[in-house]
Design a protein around this ligand. Sequence first.
Ligand SMILES: [Zn+2]
Length: 379
Amino acid sequence: MARVRAHGDVIQPPAASIPSRERGRDERAVVEREQEEPGIADRERGQRAIVVARTDAHAAALPERAQRSAVALAELADVHFSILPCSSRSALPLRAPILLFMQVGRFAIEIFSDGVFRQDGGAMFGVVPKVLWEKEKPADELNRVAMEMNCLLIRDTAGHIVVVETGAGPKLTEKSKRNFGIDAPPRLLDELARRGVRPDEVTLVVNTHLHFDHAGGNTYRDGDRIVPTFPRATYVFQRLEWQDALAPNERTRASYFADDFAPLETAGRLDLIDESVEILPGIRLDRIQGHTRGTQTVRVSDAGQTLFFSSDFMPDRHHLRLPWIPSQDLFPLESLAAKKVILPRAIEERWIVGFTHDVPRFGRISEQDGRYRFDEIPE
Ligand SMILES: [Zn+2]
């Protein structure tokens, strides 16, 4: 039986609002300048996000850390707490993710996982010795660590339905699934369906980059053809990522599968962007060179709040530590530089943060004595 937290249990002290004159201060090139939100009156700036949280009936089946915060939470000031429909709950698989739903001004944003894949722990943590990283993330008998493939669903009051990341998708061969430690079917479409979203209703798809674990669900096999999973959506990628994905080299080849993205051009669903672009009012994509040349982050801003989705230059909370940089990153020193710009700003502006490969959660970053940490938005 699902347990839904009562209103009073989740109210937190108001977050400090950022005066509008300070927004845009300390701007740097990596994360593009904020523009003042058109149409947002000053009186609305201090308004906080609304978070709706619900618990999961199957929390006990989740890994320890997930279970610890099986109750989703919310910070917010003018908090509204509502109870989401739970009618489909009985159909949940045992390893259902914890669900989070956050309202950031006019945007309703959810984070969920498409599933788990596994990759070499040494590769995931770069120069960090195993004696350090395995305390944070235990390895299996093949020295692999398990990672969620997180996606966002963003809906606004204008009717846009945006999906960020599409997981590993349904086209992997048995051998690839074995190699990547994927032992369950992709969940993306089921997760969308549970939220009342059909594939033909999605208006925009964003991949932070085109590696298989982010772009695999973009397309599916229909007989002999590979076709877009979201037939009416525009798919938005960085142009540099598109170019590099279509012409991989010996080092990058294993991460890109052309069937995940090349058919989108044929279908006329492609929108390639350069650098920092506000693809919809309030939704910004910023190219962050580091993991690849054309990796992009996602920021959603309204009503004085910003939600930031990291991309793989900082795939989970462990990578907040500055030297913890995956060996897959093609430009590790630029990943480092990006962290040095983005993390102080995330703290100063109290961004709500979600990661690509952590347990699906929203949280905030803080810093003490030069060490950054991630706190899930508290119960
Ligand atoms: Zn990834």
